[in-house]
Design a protein around this ligand. Structure first.
Ligand code: AMP
Length: 352
């Protein structure tokens, strides 16, 4: 157990770290953020910050000595850094969850082994393998790099076999998976928090609408065509969490299809589709993550309103904050980022 008053280390300095830090501070913890970037929304609300690269052994060791537990706010944190920290201080969730979630191929195989259903997929390491795979799974399809993809980055759509060349070039010829395009009634995510003793709480399932590969809105409640797949998806996510001996929040994303829930991807962390839980659930995903990694009892996840909607504020959409706040049911979150590039997540708005 890591008692209130202790210091929690967070790898990564983005908005997820910022909201984790705010939740931790509310419970009397101090937060120490470790990240290489010049701009760190998380460090701005934390007691301590280290700006260093993830391969800086000296900085990692000092960080480990300064904190009681380490967590991370993004899954692409280098494994070598996490392993080094884990020799010195508890890291929660552990390395196992990262190993799976960093690699789309490993993730799909892991979930298939648990009895889950990913989209039809093939591993492809060369253009020739891509062409052969398209012959097997057909088109339309999507090529996705195995590593470092997020928000639609590292992806290329393939409408017809003739597009293989262009798709392969667009993703830089990196090791990839190609998967069939799934016809879905909607997308949703399962967000759960699991304690070290296996106790698990699950949130209401949000219906997630993506635009250009980036989450635009999450609605709770999801429509019936989506919601009917929630029980099977929740059961699978719980099995995944148990298999990884996961401690903390785990998010699994699904497509609702005529054949049941099709697994898309998972994140061993708090997730954009769970931001609505700050005001929309009795205990937010951020607080439950902190509770889980510190060994505290998990909090209730029930809704606080009949309907909750979260809208991402991308690029200059955040400039409209004054208009958005004119709705008294709206809660505004801005991440303090200085430059509003198109598609950049600058904040979000939750309406109850
Ligand atoms: P991802 O980065 O894998 O979450 O992909 C981003 C978004 O692209 C998803 O949320 C979907 O909207 C869409 N997408 C990804 N893979 C597929 C697929 N196999 N079939 C249909 N849509 C997909």
């Amino acid at each position: 157990m890591i008692p209130p008053g202790a210091t929690i280390g967070i790898l990564g300095g983005g908005q997820l770290g910022r909201m984790l830090a705010l939740a931790a501070a509310a419970m009397g913890y101090r937060v120490h953020v470790y990240a290489p970037e010049a701009e760190q929304p998380a460090a701005e609300v934390s007691a301590f910050a280290t700006r260093a690269e993830y391969d800086d052994a000296g900085a990692l060791d000092s960080f480990a000595a300064a904190v009681g537990v380490v967590t991370y706010e993004f899954e692409n944190v280098p494994l070598a850094a996490v392993r080094r920290l884990a020799e010195r201080v508890p890291v929660r969730p552990g390395v196992a969850a990262l190993e799976v979630a960093q690699d789309r191929l490993a993730e799909k195989r892991f979930v298939a082994d648990l009895g889950g259903q990913p989209a039809p997929f093939r591993a492809v390491d060369t253009l020739a393998e891509l062409e052969q795979a398209l012959g097997e799974i057909g088109t339309p399809a999507i090529l996705k790099t195995r590593r470092f993809g997020y928000d639609g980055k590292g992806q290329a759509r393939i409408a017809a076999p003739a597009d293989a060349d262009a798709a392969w070039a667009a993703t830089g010829g990196a090791p990839a998976v190609v998967e069939g395009l799934v016809a879905f009634a909607g997308e949703f995510s399962v967000i759960l928090a699991r304690a070290a003793d296996g106790a698990t709480v699950v949130y209401d399932v949000p219906h997630n609408v993506h635009v250009d590969g980036i989450l635009a809105t999450s609605h709770v409640h999801a429509p019936p065509a989506v919601l009917r797949h929630a029980p099977a998806a929740i059961e699978l996510a719980q099995r995944a969490a148990a298999a990884l001996d996961h401690v903390g929040v785990l998010t699994c994303e699904f497509f609702a299809t005529a054949d049941g829930p099709v697994f898309n991807e998972m994140a061993p962390r708090v997730h954009n589709s769970g931001h609505w839980t700050i005001e929309g659930a009795r205990t937010s995903q951020f607080e439950n993550h902190i509770r889980a990694i510190c060994g505290l009892p998990l909090g209730a996840t029930a809704l606080t309103a009949r309907a909750v909607t979260m809208t991402n504020l991308l690029g200059d959409a955040a400039d409209d904050w004054a208009t958005l706040l004119a709705d008294p049911s709206a809660h505004l979150h801005l991440y303090g980022k200085r430059e509003a590039k198109p598609g950049r997540k600058m904040g979000h708005l939750t309406r109850l």
